[in-house]
Design a protein around this ligand. Structure first.
Ligand code: ATR
Length: 289
């Protein structure tokens, strides 16, 4: 049984927020966002809603009818939700997915905070700015899409997307190429790019529990001084990051992306700066990290 700390006083002025997903039972967003509201003294609560396929349209109508302040939207609803909103932020439209809905005086506006959350985490946690860097990304799925656009917008000199299915990498590279030098390759070409990459990012689930003994990049390709980043945060330090550290590379764990995507959502909803340290503490405590 979970213990409620910082229990909010719910009254007629309480603003309501939540996360729509399927499954959603494992989500750490309620703990993280409720802690953020309480830290800032904001009269709001955040709950998890198990929204099954086929019911998303009604759930979004519910936001309007009940006057919710907004919601996060997660797997598998990030694409379909776009059909039910009044407006979609330009970056979210480019990415083709929405993870944050803001109810602005009855108008529902969709944003994507995954990519910008990743970049803010990278900069704030490592001090390394993507501007001018050569970045190798492994994977070309939904997470990669959000990250690639955000990195390109920050002025990366070169982004190379490597994927098991090269066509998908090339497709994403093509879509993002209007914003910088972006190319798509197959996994066999990875060792060559590793020779010049400043930052390497795993955007796949390789290394995630229970695949903890797997890594997307061979350890011997990792050079000392390069930055190795993983969007996986379960475990906190994946095999990729362990091996990178042993090779003298700097490492960046995926937990930050989760925290900062929530931080941006908080900021869009409240107009206030997110209490990132408290949010991190809540999540780390929940993960037993
Ligand atoms: P998400 O939306 O979370 O990013 P996704 O859209 O299913 O997830 O994308 C998963 C990515 O991880 C894809 O790029 C996938 O490669 P394919 O496009 O070839 O399917 C990659 N991926 C997943 N498992 C992999 C594995 N075992 N080896 C290599 N790549 C893998």
């Amino acid at each position: 049984m979970s213990v409620i700390t910082h229990a909010p006083i719910i009254d007629t002025g309480t603003r309501l927020f939540g996360v729509f997903g399927d499954p959603v039972g494992h989500s750490k967003s309620p703990l993280m966002l409720n802690r953020a509201f309480s830290e800032k003294g904001i009269n709001a609560v955040y709950a998890a809603f198990h929204i099954k396929p086929g019911t998303l349209k009604d759930a979004i109508a519910g936001i309007r009818a009940l006057g919710y302040g907004g919601v996060n939207v997660t797997i598998p609803h990030k694409l379909e939700v776009m059909d039910y909103l009044d407006e979609i932020d330009e970056a979210a439209r480019r990415i083709g997915a929405v993870n944050t809905v803001v109810n602005r005086d009855g108008r529902l506006i969709g944003y994507n905070t995954d990519g910008i959350g990743y970049v803010r985490s990278l900069i704030e946690e490592t001090g390394c700015h993507p501007k001018g860097k050569c970045i190798l990304m492994v994977g070309a799925g939904g997470a990669a899409r959000a990250i690639a656009f955000a990195l390109a917008a920050e002025g990366a000199a070169e982004i190379v997307i490597a994927n098991r299915t090269p066509e998908k990498a090339q497709e994403l590279a093509q879509a993002a190429s209007g914003y910088g030098a972006v190319t798509g390759i197959g996994l066999t070409e990875v060792p060559v790019v590793m020779e010049r990459a400043d930052i390497v990012i795993n955007t796949t689930r390789i290394g995630m529990h229970p695949m903890v003994d797997e890594t997307p990049i061979r350890a011997e390709w990792i050079r000392p001084g390069m930055l190795v980043s993983d969007i996986v945060y379960n475990p906190r330090i994946t095999l990729l990051l362990k091996e990178a550290e042993a090779r003298g590379a700097r490492i960046h764990s995926g937990l930050g992306m989760f925290i900062y995507q929530g931080a941006y959502a908080f900021e869009y909803w409240t107009g206030d700066t997110a209490p990132v340290a408290a949010m991190r503490e809540a999540v780390e405590q929940a993960l037993g990290a």
